[in-house]
Design a protein around this ligand. Structure first.
Ligand code: FMN
Length: 351
């Protein structure tokens, strides 16, 4: 599958039906993953999507609210008729019988790839094996951060034939309550839902780096990419392409034009010829061994604004900043690096 843009629309409300898929394609998506198909249409609780802090959402939305036959007989043919160059990935979950029921019918409807997803870790390898045996289109495994060992399970899925890995699904269950009303933000079981957006990207990246060192298949880095900087970072961590869902929900689908432009420009400004070069570029710095050597600090007086943040945050009281003279008590300092990380002007850096 060749992508005209590194961005793949993750399974979710944006790709709720053919119209949604086509709209995302027109906005510049490299590929679009449909909302997840199951044996029957979902009935969602009301309400089921809410803002939950800065650039973070909580949702209690289930799979597609269309019947699988509707996708196969109406939506997929409509997508293929109206957008011939669209890379369509159909998401299929969440059990072994459902893979058996639908995987061939989905392939026959005409799709670029099938993404297999499950809340349960114990059946996912079998689901991949069955899909691989029954169809020829590429099979993508979607990793859940809520499994007990997402990296090991993904490696086993690749051994079972998975052609690519998407990292990752929403994080949860989580709970948020509106303290003015004592009501949950979404109406899932016990008020619980699933978290997406900015807060979850570091979790995705930790899974991606471990996987990128163990498997050779493409990795779609999906989780918390809100802007160009995030896309570059998730690529550096080992992704081949960048998945997005929440950022288009919060900004609207046309934001993808800006995301594509900004990411291309940022890659160039950082000295990369193109996006493919960014992929995996941080892996050489992400050693599997811990660093045991102390580092040096460097202080640039001309950049210091005397905000005293470095002094305030040191738990060991090792720093002093008086009259723009920086002092470090090397005996007390644990070289945790926190002081340099909070400096707003890079006056204090780690060498
Ligand atoms: C409202 C909502 C509905 C979702 N529905 C599905 C779904 O049906 N199937 C699925 O595999 N993932 C679903 N997801 C998860 C996304 O595909 C994605 O894995 C997750 O949102 C993390 O990416 P993001 O931080 O860019 O949103 C949904 C996410 C949201 C926010």
């Amino acid at each position: 599958m060749k992508l005209k843009s590194p961005f793949i629309i993750g399974s979710g409300p944006i790709s709720y039906n053919a119209e949604g898929v086509i709209r995302a394609h027109k906005a510049g998506a490299g590929a679009v993953v449909t909302k997840t198909l199951r044996d029957s249409a979902a009935k969602n609780p009301y309400p089921h999507i809410s803002k939950a802090g800065s650039s973070t959402l909580i949702n209690a939305e289930k799979w597609t609210d269309l019947e699988p036959e509707t996708w196969i007989n109406e939506e997929i043919p409509k997508i293929n008729k109206e957008s011939k160059d669209l890379n369509l990935i159909v998401s299929l979950g969440h059990t072994i019988p459902e893979v058996k029921n639908w995987v061939e019918k989905i392939e026959n409807a005409g799709v670029g790839a099938i993404e297999i997803v499950s809340y349960r870790e114990d059946s996912i390898i079998k689901m991949v094996e069955i899909a691989k045996r029954r169809v020829d289109v590429p099979i993508i495994l979607k990793v859940s951060p809520n499994w007990s060992d997402p990296v090991d399970t993904a490696v086993k899925a690749v051994e079972a034939g998975a052609d690519a890995i998407t990292v990752m699904d929403s994080v949860g269950p989580v709970l948020r309550i509106d303290i003015n009303t004592a009501q949950p933000l979404v109406a899932g079981e016990n008020g619980m839902g699933w978290m997406t957006g900015k807060s979850i990207r570091p979790i995705a990246q930790a899974i991606i780096v471990q996987l990128a060192k163990k498997v050779d298949v493409p990795i779609i880095g999906l989780g918390g990419v809100m802007e160009a900087e995030d896309a570059i970072e998730i690529l550096m961590a080992g992704s081949t392409a960048v998945g997005i869902c929440t950022t288009l929900l919060t900004h609207g689908v046309d934001y993808l034009h800006k995301l594509n432009d900004d990411t291309k420009k940022l890659a160039q400004n950082l000295g990369y010829q193109d996006i493919n070069e960014v992929s995996r570029s941080a892996l050489v710095n992400l050693s599997s061994e811990e660093n045991k050597e102390k580092f040096n600090f460097e202080f640039f007086k001309d950049k210091c604004i005397d905000c005293q943040r470095c002094v305030e945050v040191c738990p060991y009281q090792a720093r002093e900043l008086e009259n723009m003279n920086m002092k470090l008590d090397e005996e007390s300092c644990r070289y945790c690096g926190f002081c340099a990380s909070v400096c707003p002007t890079d006056a204090l850096i780690i060498v």
